[in-house]
Design a binder for this molecule. Structure first.
Ligand code: E4P
Length: 226
């Protein structure tokens, strides 16, 4: 079981790497934009190369920014060439449900020897098919599933069950965290990895009663010195 950091911010990556807590980083175009990465592919490259260097040999997921099959393959080859530990994120299908993407995932993994994280998935059935296509990681968006009114725990549990039963190598990344309790709950449900937003990771560490306890220890240590 592992925790990845879901961010494009260098200071957060450095902070949690120094703590030894994280085993990888995930990004997507929205996360990069929020992290101040604008200006096209050269800026994505700059930020990705920097994060990849900081976390090496742990993996960094970088998502393609197009849904044109030829361009996706071109970008996947470029992105994965930026650093050894960069792998490529491809969505499960196109914006209108176009079916080219799993074929691309299969080609990238088998013919181009590029590791792929299949993303934007909402169900165990999508995870199974992405794993069968050869994906190294399958990302299920737990928070978004929950927002649709379904409990993603059941989908994660079923996804793990079918992957294990078929001896598929793909690792399940539970993504789209919304609450602190998601992390342990999703790992316990069978996710190999949960990718966590920096603010939630901070909130996992800090507890009001721990704060009060630490304050008490420091107060009493001070008194004992007098
Ligand atoms: C990570 O791999 C995902 O892209 C990310 O967790 C999605 O989060 P969101 O649902 O908050 O956009």
């Amino acid at each position: 079981m592992a925790i990845f950091l879901d961010t494009g911010k260098i200071e957060d990556v450095e902070k949690f790497m120094r703590m030894g807590i994280i085993r990888g980083v995930t990004t997507n175009p929205t996360i990069l934009l929020k992290s101040g990465v604008a200006g096209g592919e050269s800026e994505i490259r700059k930020r990705s190369v920097e994060i990849a260097r900081i976390i090496a040999p742990f993996p960094l997921s970088v998502e393609v920014t197009t849904n044109e099959p030829k361009d996706m393959i071109k970008q996947a080859r470029e992105f994965s060439g930026w650093a050894k530990n960069i792998l490529v994120k491809i969505t499960i299908h196109g914006p209108e449900g176009e079916l080219d993407n799993l074929e691309i995932v299969h080609d990238l993994e088998k013919d181009y020897d590029i590791r792929v994280n299949v993303t934007a998935m909402m169900s165990a059935q999508q995870c199974l098919l992405a794993a069968l296509a050869g994906a190294t990681y399958v990302s299920i968006f737990g928070g978004r599933v929950n927002n649709m009114g379904y409990n993603c725990v059941e989908e994660i549990r079923k996804a793990r069950l079918v992957l294990d039963a078929q001896h598929l190598q793909a690792k399940i990344i539970a993504a789209s965290t919304r609450e602190v309790l998601n992390v342990i709950e999703w790992l316990a449900a069978g996710a190999h990895i949960v990718t966590v937003a920096p603010d939630l990771l901070k909130a996992m560490i800090v507890h009001p009663y721990s704060k009060e306890t630490v304050q008490q220890f420091l107060r009493d240590a001070e008194k004992a010195e007098k």
